[in-house]
Write a protein that binds this ligand. Structure first.
Ligand SMILES: Nc1ncnc2c1ncn2[C@@H]1O[C@H](COP(=O)(O)OP(=O)(O)OP(=O)(O)O)[C@@H](O)[C@H]1O
Ligand SMILES: [Mg+2]
Length: 372
């Protein structure tokens, strides 16, 4: 219920509390292209709304970053850079970004995405409990595919957590995973000194302590292998309902990522049996040193495949992207003539070598005959 008070501000009343009505609900955005219907949820960087786009006859999800992030030139340009990169991702397991920019009136940064129906992984595990391996592993393998494409383009996610993996219902299929928020954590990230406290200028923790890689916890430079670590923590949690270390506070989690060995799955949930091989795969993905982990998301996905039942076996390979035709043509045109070792060039070299050998043989024979 909405009530209006003397100041003119509207309040929501209905949850047993009084709270101001969200200023975006009911608003038209971007010259009337979108009408905001309801709030889906709020995270560390802003809120996500369901909106309709009448011209396209579709629903979209609009993420609007905190108004306090608006108007900051440094953040705006970083946001544009990240959002541009994000909108180049085409993997079917990555959420589609339709447009992004700043709202006309207050300069709030926004991203318009495809609207997903379903639940994120955190909501799923809270509602249904830990998932069996046959359900969790195919989801994770598909996320590896989404990550591999992003990593190939130089984009590191930096904030992988169950809330950023959505199990959407698509074309009648349940559990179709979509990875959200690629690279967005970078927008509020401050240049950190190694070992410094992990707070942004806005006072928000970036990365999420429970899913943070050791190098992220120490403020080191991140690469694709940090995402592989976070994805492995997600898998651990989805399978057991628990994290790989026991800790009570975020700071304790951060510290244990850096120092403590993980607890094997079967010790964490003694009443369930897990394949020891799966423990080994998780242990490798959760190595403290990035050099000791799987080096690509594709490798991690393939290592998981044999533990995920028939559904996992039926998924396409999670390798690096097939090189595009234009990429191949470019590579071919860049090849120097000396490197031209196609099949016909190789054949010519073989024939020449054979002729030379035959010539030498004949010369030796002739010399022997003449000597007699
Ligand atoms: N395109 C979308 N379609 C449907 N729901 C979405 C979409 N994008 C995000 N959500 C949901 O909206 C909620 C809020 O998302 P948001 O990204 O703001 O918060 P978060 O993921 O919890 O934290 P963070 O800000 O660190 O990403 C989450 O439950 C998320 O799963
Ligand atoms: Mg999110």
């Amino acid at each position: 219920m909405v009530v209006q008070i003397a100041s003119g501000q509207e309040f929501w009343y209905g949850c047993g509390c009084m709270r101001p009505k969200d200023p975006f609900i009911g608003r038209e955005l971007l010259g009337g292209q979108f009408r905001v219907l309801e709030k889906i949820g709020t995270g560390g960087m802003g809120s996500v709304y369901k909106a309709e786009q009448p011209a396209m006859n579709r629903m979209v999800a609009i993420k609007i970053l905190h108004p306090k992030l608006a108007g900051r030139k440094d953040l705006t340009s970083r946001f544009r850079r990240e959002a541009r990169a994000m909108s180049q991702l085409t993997h079917p397991n990555t959420v589609k970004v339709f447009m992004y920019g700043e709202l006309e009136d207050d300069g709030s940064l926004y991203i318009v995405m495809e609207m997903l129906e379903g639940r994120n992984l955190n909501q799923t595990v809270r509602k249904e409990g830990p998932l069996p391996v046959e359900r969790a592993i195919p989801v994770l393998i598909q996320c590896c595919g989404a990550l591999q494409e992003a990593h190939d383009l130089g984009i590191v996610h930096r904030d992988l957590k169950p809330e950023n993996i959505f199990l959407s219902k698509q074309g009648g299929m349940a559990d179709y995973p979509k990875v959200l928020d690629f690279g967005l954590a970078k927008v509020t990230e401050r240049q950190m000194q190694p070992g410094s406290v992990i707070l942004t200028q806005e006072g928000m923790v970036f990365g999420t302590p429970e899913f943070m890689s050791p190098e992220q916890a120490q403020g080191k430079t991140l690469d694709a292998r940090s995402d592989i670590y976070s994805l492995a923590v997600i898998l651990y949690e989805v399978l057991t309902g628990k994290l790989p270390f026991s800790a009570r506070t975020p700071m304790e989690y951060i510290q244990k990522h850096v120092t403590d060995p993980i607890i094997p799955l079967s010790e964490r949930v003694p009443d369930r049996k897990f394949d020891r091989g799966l423990d080994a795969v998780l242990a490798k993905a959760l190595e403290k040193q990035p050099d000791n982990r799987y080096q690509t998301a594709g490798e991690f996905g393939e290592a998981l495949r044999q533990y995920g039942g028939a559904a996992a076996k039926a998924l396409p390979p999670v390798g690096p992207r097939a090189p595009s035709l234009s990429g191949e043509l470019k590579a071919a045109s860049q090849r120097s003539p000396a490197q031209g070792t196609g099949p016909s060039a190789k054949l010519l070299v073989l024939v020449a070598a054979a002729c030379l050998f035959a010539g030498v043989l004949i010369a030796v024979l002739v010399m022997k005959v003449l000597a007699h």
